[in-house]
Design a protein around this ligand. Structure first.
Ligand code: MTE
Ligand code: MO
Length: 202
């Protein structure tokens, strides 16, 4: 039996949660950039990405708004595989969509073999509303960390707040510890020291 994290309710629905409109991504001009605190910055075209080894994982997802989906099949390129190519120096990631100005910060320690740059869901190409043609997939944390329409992975030396983290969501978002919203002093620090401004802030 799968263990359902505390406070979650299992559903067969797949709700769409988007803070923006759904963008149209043209794979002819698409690039995935991996940059920042790395030895070797890289940028991949769609064709280059499709030439990399694909993996399939069967794993549960948990949204902070309390729905969970169990046992879907997700397919893509392991994040570990991509990170090995750039040789990260920093311990944090920012997963961004420059198309819509969304971002989510993720500690490197939560990147396991299930984390991917994902293209397929239950054997079909990802629907646009669910982040198609390409999204981050980080099932080790609440699902807001899985940036849809992903095109930038920044490796950072220090943790910085992403889109929802600046708006009161937890800096880490570990569902096994029920790290949903307000994280006390951490959040106060974010408000006081807004030296945290990200390039996707309007
Ligand atoms: N670009 C982008 N990615 C995003 C979001 C978003 O608003 N924009 N919402 C997040 C949240 S809160 C959740 S729960 C999941 C939802 O993914 P889904 O819409 O495919 O269910 O995407 C995450 N990734
Ligand atoms: Mo969410």
């Amino acid at each position: 039996m799968t263990k359902i994290p505390h406070g979650q309710i299992v559903t067969d629905k797949f709700p769409i949660l988007s803070a923006s409109k759904t963008p149209n991504i043209d794979i002819k001009t698409y690039k995935l950039r991996i940059y920042g605190s790395v030895e070797n910055e890289l940028s991949f075209t769609w064709e280059q990405l499709m030439g990399l080894p694909m993996s399939r994982v069967k794993v549960d997802i948990h949204c902070v708004t309390r729905w969970s989906r169990l046992g879907d099949i997700w397919e893509g390129i392991k994040l570990k595989y991509l990170l090995d190519m750039v040789k990260p120096k920093g311990n944090f990631l920012m997963l961004r969509s420059s198309y819509v100005g969304y971002s989510a910060n993720v500690p490197m320690s939560y990147i396991n073999e299930d984390c991917m740059v994902a293209f397929k869901f239950n054997n079909l190409p990802l629907e646009k509303e669910h982040g198609g043609p390409v999204r981050a997939f980080i099932p080790t944390l609440y699902f807001w960390k899985s940036t849809k329409w992903l095109d930038e992975i920044e490796v950072m030396d220090e943790d910085k707040a992403g889109f929802w983290e600046k708006r009161g969501y937890n800096m880490r978002g570990d569902y096994n510890k029920e790290e949903r919203y307000w994280d006390g002093l951490n959040f106060v620090n974010k408000l006081v020291f807004f030296g945290n401004k990200d390039k996707d802030d309007e």
